[in-house]
Ligand binder design. Structure first.
Ligand SMILES: [Zn+2]
Length: 320
């Protein structure tokens, strides 16, 4: 149960399209297809210099090359030299996945307080507030209905920038409601996961979400409605151990870190040496734990194709 991603992976989080200042919590910003082409925003006041430098350039964690951030963004945040997939924000993910103007957010107002009165170096409620202000949303996932290549789909995207994409009551509840909503309307479900696992500040309440979402997926399966799971970098802990691995098809992005516990914990528990790269998408595909690895440039077309095969009669409903 970890809040942060595998600390052994020296990956940086690409946070490129910033939430609009003053965005109301839970408000769904309609993604624009140009979201990846916007000029990096310079700081509004003062503080030029280093901040601007950092905004203009990006260092690829794969090949260590320095590139123009704008150029990399135009390439869907994939390194032009080595193909390394940098992380996307929720807005960027929506912009490159759904048909323009088709996104309708659902359950945006669900929020949690501090149910266990959890305090570490700071109270949990304070940490939540900070994350909410930075992201403009209530918790670490957005859920809604959208069209993917004209196919109406129930869609969820996890936000790794929000407390490590950790799964607490709100993430679980929004997913369970979305899945039940999809079942009632007979819509296929697509979930983009990106998470450090269960949210430790909500203790056992967050672990219960694994069972709740899995049960909702069981009902969806009984109704013979397809669910596609897309595992993005990183998908770990209780998310990897529940809904992210329960897709009718489990698809990953290249190089994504996917696993339950970190290397050190497993090695200490099992007294075994683990092979290099054992928690990458490529390793898991070779060992039959994934159905496919799909490069970002092919993801939307692949989802459209799969939805066409698995849910052919649901193609042209309205999103409302
Ligand atoms: Zn690179």
């Amino acid at each position: 149960m970890r809040e942060e991603a595998n600390s052994e992976q020296p990956r940086t989080t690409a946070k490129l399209a910033r939430p609009a200042p003053g965005a109301a919590p839970g408000s769904a910003r309609q993604p624009s297809p140009d979201a990846l082409n916007e000029t990096p925003s310079a700081p509004d006041r003062g503080n030029v210099g280093q901040d601007v430098q950092a905004d203009i350039w990006v260092k690829c964690p794969g090949c260590k090359e320095i590139a123009f951030r704008k150029e990399v963004e135009r390439n869907l945040n994939v390194c032009l030299k080595c193909g390394y997939h940098l992380r996307l924000t929720v807005e960027q993910r929506l912009a490159i996945t759904v048909d323009r103007g088709s996104w309708r957010e659902l359950f945006a107002d669900l929020a949690v307080g501090n149910p266990l009165s959890f305090v570490d170096s700071r109270p949990y409620s304070e940490r939540l507030e900070t994350a909410r202000r930075a992201s403009g949303r209530n918790d670490a996932i957005v859920t809604g209905i959208a069209k993917i290549d004209r196919r109406v789909t129930a869609l969820a995207v996890m936000d790794f920038n929000f407390m490590g994409g950790s799964m607490g009551i709100v993430v679980g509840e929004k997913l369970a409601r979305l899945i039940d909503h999809a079942r009632a309307r007979r819509l296929p479900v697509v979930v983009f996961s990106s998470s450090g696992g269960a949210r430790m500040q909500e203790g056992a309440l967050s672990l219960m979400q694994m069972a709740k979402v899995s049960a909702a997926l069981g009902r969806l399966r009984d109704a013979r409605i397809p669910y596609l799971s897309v595992l993005c970098d990183p998908t770990t802990g209780g998310v990897a151990a529940s809904f992210a691995s329960l897709g009718d098809l489990n698809i990953a992005e290249p190089g994504a870190i996917i696993g339950f516990a970190g290397r050190r914990v497993i090695e200490q528990t099992t007294n075994q040496q683990l092979p290099d790269g054992f928690q990458t998408a490529e390793f898991l595909l070779r060992h039959g734990m994934l159905d496919a690895i799909v490069p970002r440039h092919r993801m939307r077309a692949t989802l459209s194709q799969l939805l066409g095969i698995l849910a052919p009669r649901r193609a042209h409903k309205s999103v409302d």
